[in-house]
Design a protein around this ligand. Structure first.
Ligand SMILES: [Zn+2]
Length: 85
């Protein structure tokens, strides 16, 4: 899969983070961003529950964004990042 990164100045949302399964293990990851003027987000995700890699464009209504794994159907909640100690 070809990675495509945006010009950071051209985005109004960007996250690149680890995703955790129910046991709290770091088993997935997601890169997600939206370019200015676009309704859809680009997302590239490794599902933390089943490990399936996926890449697509999708529009989300409101935060927190919840992409659904196309393989296992589980929701991945992209919650607001808390400050870490
Ligand atoms: Zn999955």
């Amino acid at each position: 899969m070809a990675m495509k990164y945006p010009e950071i100045d051209n985005t109004n949302y960007f996250t690149n983070r680890a995703l955790f399964n129910k046991e709290g293990e770091k088993t997935g990851k997601i890169l997600m961003y939206r370019e200015k003027g676009k309704e859809e987000f680009y997302l590239r995700m490794k599902c933390p529950f089943c490990g399936h890699m996926q890449e697509r464009e999708e529009a989300f209504e409101k935060k927190p964004y919840r992409p659904v794994c196309e393989e296992c159907g589980k929701k991945v909640v992209i919650s607001k990042l808390k400050s870490q100690k």
